[in-house]
Design a protein around this ligand. Structure first.
Ligand code: DC
Length: 221
């Protein structure tokens, strides 16, 4: 049986870094579900599609071929290297918009479930424990203060050469959180049975160890 650890929480809480480290340590697959929404958003931006058109965006789900792997940071979209662009601010904003569409979300369900194979899976996202893998062995909700997340994102964007202000980022992150939390479909909440970890003051290694500790407590593991 494939063991599943879901890792939900807001952007910048460290899910990606912690999730990859966990997957490598445990020898599990890794699903970065945010990349799915990002790839649809980037595809829509590249092809000048209307981001307000839920049906139009949902219709592109099968047009987009996304490749990413645990061992390499490279992400390709329909064969093109989009590693940098897919994490840009414009794609973050666009993906947050299309992630609200229930039609889009429904069409991504089966694709995401297929990542559950082999010994185990670390599933990183917003609705992994609540919607995609409700019977996961361990559900973690990883969070961090808006300030800490804004500083992380600021450093990331500056390193990428994007011109942003920390205050602006803080405001946008708080606004995006609110949208993600209050949306009707798959809202960003710590679902039933999820263990909440606040990573504001913790290193990646500390969070990883804490999760492995909870995982080791599961009787069948
Ligand atoms: O984790 P991320 O920042 O790469 O996610 C990009 C967007 O996709 C963000 O607005 C939240 C959304 N998302 C979602 O709604 N459900 C998921 N399972 C993963 C991401």
């Amino acid at each position: 049986m494939t063991k599943i650890i879901t890792l939900d929480g807001p952007s910048g809480s460290g899910k990606g870094t912690v999730g990859r480290a966990l997957a490598i340590d445990l020898g599990f697959n890794y699903l970065d579900s945010g990349l799915l929404y990002r790839s649809l958003a980037l595809n829509a931006l590249i092809n000048h599609l209307d981001l307000n058109d839920e049906f139009g965006i949902a219709a592109t789900v099968n047009d987009v071929s996304l490749e990413f792997s645990l061992c390499s940071p490279v992400v390709t979209l329909n064969g093109a290297d989009v590693t940098d662009e897919i994490r840009s601010e414009r794609v973050s904003l666009a993906s947050s918009k299309i992630a609200k569409y229930s039609l889009v979300r429904k069409r991504l369900v089966d694709f995401q479930r297929k990542f559950s194979r082999g010994d185990g899976l670390i599933a990183d996202g917003r609705d992994m424990g609540s919607v995609i893998f409700p019977s996961a062995d361990l559900k973690i909700f990883l969070t961090a203060s808006v300030k800490v997340r804004a500083v992380r994102r600021y450093k990331e964007l500056i390193a990428r050469g994007e011109n942003v202000s920390l205050r602006d980022l803080e405001r946008r992150i708080a606004l995006r959180d609110k949208g993600d939390r209050e949306r009707k479909v798959s809202p960003l909440i710590a679902g039933e049975g999820a263990i909440v970890i606040d990573a504001s003051e913790k290193s990646v290694n500390e969070v990883k160890k804490e999760i492995i500790h909870y995982f080791d407590l599961i009787p069948s593991v």
